[in-house]
Every structure is written in C-alpha cells, then in structure tokens.
Design a protein around this ligand. Structure first.
Ligand SMILES: [Zn+2]
Length: 252
C-alpha cells in the first residue's frame, strides 16, 4: 500500500516521526511520499527521506505561500535532488484562503510546472475553489509528459472526467470516507480504475473511523477501504491496482 501524499515534515510529527514511520512500516504501508509546501518543508521532506528507506519526497511551494516563492531557491533543491525525489508539489491555486493574489498564484504555479518539466518530474496539484483558472492552466500545459495528479480531490464528477481526459490523475484522501461527501462518492464510484490512487494528506483529514484524531499514513487503508466499498470491489484487489498506478506514476 502506498500513501501518495503525507506531511511527515509537519510540526505535528516533530516529537514522534520515528514512531509514526515504524507504525506505517509494520502495518503494511510499503512507501509514502512526503510532500513540501514551502522551501523549509521541502528541505525537511528530503531530510526525512534520506533517513528512511520507504519515504520518498516532493518539493514545492503551495499557493498559500506564493509570496515567498523564489524560483532559484527551488531550482537549487532540484539540482541537488536525491534519487528519491519523485515529484514537484504541492503546487496550484487556492482561492479559498486568498483570492486577492490570483495572478501571483498563477505565476508561481506555472513557474513550478516549468521547473517540473525541466527536471522531468510529475506534479502534485492542490486546487481549492479555483477550478476555472486551474482548468485554463492545465489545458495550456497538457498533455503532462511526466504526469500530474490532482491531490485531495474535491471537485465534481464532470470536472474529474474533464481533467482525466487531459491525462491527469486523481487522488483521494480521508474526505471520501465521510458520510455526507456524496459528490465525492460519485467521483470515486465512476472514474476509471487506472485514473486514481490514495493518500492521507496527514496530519490533516483523518478518515473515518478515526476522524478527529491526528492523521498518519497507516490510515491510508481506511481510504482504500471506503472506495472499495463504494465501487463494490475487493479491497485487496483495488489496493493492488492503485499501488501499480501510484508506483508507475512516481516511478517508485
Ligand atoms: Zn498536502
């Protein structure tokens, strides 16, 4: 089982990251991707990856942090990458937290798409309340030769179909386990089996039945279980398929 997106580099794991990694390893999570959201957290993702065989990493500047984006700083991290750097992310647009800096967000997003292309890496996309501008940018850069995934998917089924047509993957978090997430359930039921995989986005978005607690990668099984149930297919079979998708995508 692969957790394709977690933040072991978050301060919430500072005191017990080794225990969290022990739990995921002994619990059957084969690999995780530790994702950066700014320069510092990207460096930290690399450090955690260097110390742990099954932790891969991604570097990127989240739209909330776009004021601090420095292309040269990011490019240094790309030039000095280890073999376990698997993506540029998380990058994208977030108009939920701030819609007064749309142009800056778009500029930073596009700059990082170009860096990912230059270094032949897939991108991990964050999109919140910005689906229109996002689609415009995605159409401009599609097809994504090295891959693109919209993480923590929260859009409609129609939108999912549209971006899948552009060659973009979808990834589901614990949100899909929430009873009232009916739109998301429709997405999880109806998109092609080869178009998605799973993540925790831990320490956030803890899936049921542990909602309310701090999230951690071992709970990625609960995300898979919910989607298997929605689709009416065997959980192990689904995990086998989505792992194959994720490994191919991140070249793990
Ligand atoms: Zn995240």
């Amino acid at each position: 089982m692969i957790d394709t997106h977690c933040h072991l580099n978050d301060a919430q794991f500072d005191n017990d990251v080794d225990l969290v990694i022990d739990r995921l390893t002994s619990g059957g999570v084969e690999a995780v991707v530790c994702v950066g959201w700014d320069f510092k957290s990207s460096v930290k993702a690399r450090e955690i990856s260097d110390l742990n065989d099954n932790v891969y990493y991604a570097i990127g500047v989240h739209p909330d942090e776009c004021d601090d984006y420095n292309q040269f700083e990011m490019e240094d991290l790309l030039r000095l990458k280890s073999s376990k750097l698997v993506a540029v992310g998380e990058i994208g647009l977030d108009y939920y937290h701030n819609k007064d800096n749309k142009f800056r967000q778009m500029e930073v997003f596009e700059s990082q798409i170009s860096l990912a292309n230059k270094y032949k890496l897939p991108i991990i996309i964050h999109c919140r309340d910005a689906f229109g501008d996002m689609l415009t940018i995605l159409k401009k850069y599609a097809p994504f030769k090295y891959g693109a995934v919209m993480h923590c998917y929260s859009g409609s089924l129609e939108y999912a179909k549209e971006i899948i047509k552009l060659g973009i993957r979808i990834s589901f978090t614990g949100s899909v386990t929430f009873k009232n997430a009916t739109n998301l359930h429709e997405v999880a039921k109806n998109i092609p089996l080869d178009s998605f995989f799973f993540e925790t986005d831990s320490p956030y978005l803890t899936p049921e039945p542990n909602r309310g607690k701090r999230n951690e990668p071992i709970y990625v099984f609960d995300v898979a279980k919910a989607v298997a149930k929605l689709r009416g297919i065997d959980e192990d079979k689904l995990i086998e398929l989505t792992d194959k998708n994720a490994k191919g995508f991140f070249r793990i």
